[in-house]
Write a protein that binds this ligand. Sequence first.
Ligand code: KG4
Ligand code: ZN
Length: 333
Amino acid sequence: MKILSIESSCDETACAIVEDGRKIISSVVATQIGEHKLYGGVVPEIASRRHCENIVGVCEEALEKAEMTPQDCDAVAVTYAPGLIGALLVGVSFAKSLALSLDKPLIPVHHIKGHIAANYIAHSDLEPPYLCLVASGGHSHIIKVKSYTEFETIGKTLDDAAGEAFDKAARSMGFPYPGGIYIDKAAKKGNPARYKLPIPKTENLYDFSFSGLKTAVINLVHNSAQKGEAIDVNDLAASFQHTVCEILSSKFIKSALDNGYKTVALAGGVAANSGLRDCLAKQAEIHNLKLYIPPISLCGDNAAMIGSQAYYEYLSGNISDSALNAVASLKLS
Ligand code: KG4
Ligand code: ZN
């Protein structure tokens, strides 16, 4: 089954054609980062406008690369939640019209479920049940993946998401938006033990909290500037990244062991972080857990992951019609 899938929940307009949930036939991502960078973050109004301008061309390119016509696709899938409402609406409206005009099924996909499914494309042997850590710009969740379409969140962030903390800490260090990748690069040259940063405590041990850590970095930079003291940006990036990775991996590994999981997976934009990948790989080996991580190309927002999850949604009968609407905020289950 070949599914044409669309993703437009934030600042990437993407279309992919995915076969049977596991094989990418083509995948196109048009990023708007260059423009949002000018404002230090995503401007929702600009994001919606660029999605409108890009969506037809992006879908045409995906079809062209796949050497397919729209009629060759068996279904149309789209991210309908969560995300920026105006941005989501562009993808949803386009997908509804396309499915209607082609007389093909329309499959709604939750963005976070898509991030998790990126692992199915990369790892043909991965099957539920397993425990997944999803860390992105908007989410930090520990999720029991009970089946391809049944999920239970057992831990989440109480304030900032991990990616958000990366981006805000990066901004205070003078890096452009989105700063996660710049911290990752700088951290490779720095000393992670140089700056002591706070590790937050949460009532539920599987929950996260990153706002105190982010504020500690911002205060450290401001206070040093006021005293005329220089900050070593590489050391601060390394210290911050080390602390975030410690928090994410220690809670995730604990939750996996407490809940008897032998298989674990990582997903979301922050899964591209080299420190987190290394730290989790080491911890997984120590605790004899089989760890799945998507390739960096599938960590950030893309439509292939949406096409993968869409296949399993279709098999479980989750098909929508023209009444489908975009939803800005929606729990996994
Ligand atoms: O999943 P994603 O592309 O979009 C959302 O659904 O939010 O995640 C974007 C986030 C941004 O905060 C970005 O800075 C972060 O992922 N990110 C990274 C790295 N690459 C992307 N964070 C840390 N290290 C990286 N290498
Ligand atoms: Zn995302």
